[in-house]
Design a protein around this ligand. Structure first.
Ligand code: MTE
Length: 334
């Protein structure tokens, strides 16, 4: 089994409270020497190799705005999902982000505060019995909220472990009542260049779009996150609602979703349009299939100052390997 129960030496998340770490974030980030490569380097014409950015600057992350859903958190933890590593401190997960709508560097958390989280609604359309739109707070009250500890593996070879709050995507799919002819789900981010200035960059195929097969979307691991660390999500992490598919590279986990469409055509995804030879539709984690510009054999664990071997399906093979056993002739790992 690839996911093991937490061992005695592993830090329980109760000892990694966001607030405690917030106070020490400057020293922490400096000590980590955080840097990274931009997957957008390709689109921006900077694709000369494995780029290393400057260390993240540790300005104070803004306090979360008053959130009408705050009373729903924390949700009860689902004990089925355990980690093989310590939870990453919240100070890192909320200040080291990929959210290209707000910039191509990792320190977009301040810019992302421009994203207005209310009113926010999600449209469900395409091949469903009856399309509908639902306000986020109405949705939150009918979905079975729970907390799950998941590993997250970015295609850039950094990794974090996060306590997400949310609900299984399957619950939303059931509510959407898709037609039996629907074979894919397309998930779309908001489009509002006034709040997200990078959406003025015409060479990106906005809005950010991702897709899953119906079998993937209804797999028990596919999760819709609305919070993290026992609180409502922050804009930089994809508030108020994002996808979390931990067996795939992080770019599949689309943030700040406004539309979910059921279709029988494979969605063209944001990164696939930009770099089809580097970022595919499937993007399942596999240490033996290198990215064209770097190895995927190991990953940098943020906050732990070490590299560890990458595991196929990011350690979730027991849940998802079966989804792919009959698929032939597809690049399942890029
Ligand atoms: N969703 C949108 N809309 N825009 C993005 O740029 N980046 C993706 C994914 N979802 C991205 C997105 C990538 S590359 C990663 S690794 C994760 O979000 C990062 O999530 P995090 O910042 O919460 O760690």
């Amino acid at each position: 089994m690839l996911i093991r129960k937490r061992q005695g030496w592993e830090i329980p998340e109760s000892q990694a409270t966001p607030e405690a770490v917030y106070h020490d974030r400057r020293r922490l980030l400096k000590a980590m020497g955080l840097g990274g490569i931009g997957i957008g380097a390709l689109a921006a014409g900077l694709s000369a190799g494995f780029l290393t950015g400057a260390p993240a600057q540790a300005a104070a992350p803004p306090a979360p705005p008053a959130d009408p859903s705050a009373s729903l958190y924390p949700a009860k933890r689902d004990p089925r999902y355990t980690l093989d590593r310590a939870i990453t401190p919240a100070a890192i997960v909320t200040t080291y982000n990929n959210f290209y709508e707000f910039g191509t560097e990792k320190d977009i958390y301040e810019a992302a505060q421009q994203l207005k989280l209310r009113p926010w609604s999600i449209a469900i359309d395409g091949m469903v019995e009856k399309p509908f739109t639902m306000a986020i707070d109405d949705l939150l009250h009918v979905m079975p909220l729970e907390e799950r500890l998941y590993r997250h593996r970015c295609v850039e070879a950094w990794a974090i472990a996060v306590p997400w709050t949310g609900f299984p995507l399957k619950a939303l799919v059931e509510r959407a009542k898709p037609l039996s002819s629907a074979t894919y789900v397309r998930l779309q981010t908001f489009l509002n260049p006034k709040e997200a200035p990078e959406q003025n960059q015409f060479w990106y195929p906005w809005p950010y779009t991702e897709g899953l097969t119906m079998a993937e979307a209804t797999n028990e691991l596919a999760f819709v996150a609305t919070g993290l660390y026992g609180k409502p999500a922050l804009p930089q992490n994809g508030a108020p609602i994002r996808l979390v598919v931990p067996w795939k590279y992080g770019f599949k986990s689309v943030k700040s979703i406004v539309r979910i469409t059921f279709t029988n055509e494979r969605p063209k995804t944001f990164w696939e349009v930009l770099g089809p030879t580097e970022y595919g539709f499937w993007a399942n984690v596999n240490p033996t299939v290198p990215h064209p510009r770097w190895s995927q054999a190991t990953e940098r664990v943020l906050g732990a100052d070490k590299r560890v071997p990458t595991v196929i399906y990011n350690g979730y093979g027991e849940y998802v390997a079966g989804l792919y056993k009959d698929i032939k002739g597809e690049k399942l790992f890029m």
